[in-house]
Design a protein around this ligand. Structure first.
Ligand code: SF4
Ligand code: MG
Length: 325
């Protein structure tokens, strides 16, 4: 079995408090019935606007947040109901790289201390062994031995993200959630860090869930891509199918806003369909039926009445839209 991660009907609802007594007056469905698998060595890209629930999804899969409902299987084990204690031995196999390397690195710790810390917490390795592992890891991410004595503020944003990556990978995890790891970096640096992550994946046999807010970032690193809208998957497909033949109007709109650089006619055609207008509706009060209908140029009466299910249209290409049923 080559499935590493499987989520089934995963939900994460947050209570909405209101009034002077701060009573629960509703639910914010941040993740609302999501199912997918990620195979060993694969990268699944997850794309969505802020507020789509993609970061919450990542945190629930890692059990940093408890699911409201549904199941998470990691390497064949159901981890959805494990206690904090029971999760401990599994944690080192599942790591996360955050968006902001400024916020996620303690500025009072040296690079050596930062990279050794997970080993100190999660393993019984000796000081010497920890040093050795930290050094190997720092070299794998393209930094030098002499960098171990330095502090985060002495590095650029891109180098700081390399340090965060070293921290995440020093425990030799199987699965890494990359939560917008390049979004805070200059465009010129983004490709370097993405290439590094791709090389590390190949060399270390990693499986990625790669979260981003636009489709251009995940294009090169992903094998398959899922597009999220208000807590649900609008479309999920192998990369080429999604970029060359997007089926969901939302995906088509997202692709039309990517700047086109020497592309073929096939994908050019898709980019001229329409641009998405308007803001994401409040996740606390989503539209009835298809939640995308308030921004969809093809919306009809059925779309306000009935929620479209995610159905397989072509081989491995799933879409949730009434245009296809
Ligand atoms: Fe647009 Fe209707 Fe499809 Fe939703 S179901 S994306 S509103 S056509
Ligand atoms: Mg986020």
């Amino acid at each position: 079995n080559d499935v590493l991660i499987e989520v089934q009907h995963l939900k994460k609802y947050f209570p909405i408090k209101g009034g002077i007594f701060k009573r629960t007056i509703g639910q914010l469905k941040a993740v609302d019935d999501i199912s997918f698998q990620i195979h060993k060595g694969e990268t699944l890209g997850i794309v969505g606007e802020s507020g789509s629930g993609k970061s919450t999804l990542g945190r629930v899969i890692l059990r940093l947040l408890d699911p409201t409902d549904g199941q998470i299987h990691f390497n064949g084990n159901n981890i959805s109901t494990l206690t904090r204690r029971q999760m401990n031995p599994i944690r080192r196999d599942m790591q996360i790289v955050f968006q902001d390397p400024f916020a996620s690195l303690n500025s009072k710790m040296s690079v050596g201390e930062l990279v050794e810390e997970p080993l100190l917490v999660q393993t019984s390795l000796s000081k010497l062994e920890r040093r050795q592992k930290a050094l190997e890891m720092i070299e794998k991410v393209g930094l030098r031995q002499t960098d171990l004595q330095k502090y985060p503020h002495e590095f650029s944003g891109g180098q700081r993200q390399r340090i965060s990556i070293a921290r995440a990978l020093v425990l030799e995890p199987k699965f890494v959630i990359c939560d917008e790891p390049v979004s805070a970096l200059d465009v010129s640096i983004q490709a370097q860090v993405l290439n590094l992550m791709k090389d590390l994946q190949e060399n270390l046999g990693l499986t990625y869930l790669f979260i981003a807010h636009d489709l251009s970032v995940v294009k090169h690193i992903s094998d398959r891509v899922a597009v999220m809208y208000l807590g649900r998957i609008a479309e999920i497909a192998p990369k080429n199918a999604l970029y060359n033949n997007p089926l969901h109007p939302y995906t088509q709109g997202l692709l039309s806003s990517i700047p086109v650089i020497n592309t073929d006619m096939e994908s050019k055609k898709n980019r001229e369909i329409f641009k998405i207008s308007g803001d994401l509706p409040s996740p606390a009060n989503p539209p009835s039926g298809c939640t995308f209908r308030t921004r969809c140029p093809f919306a009809n009466e059925r779309c306000s009445m009935e929620r479209p299910e995610l159905l397989e249209k072509e081989n491995g290409h799933f879409v949730a839209c009434h245009l296809y049923t």
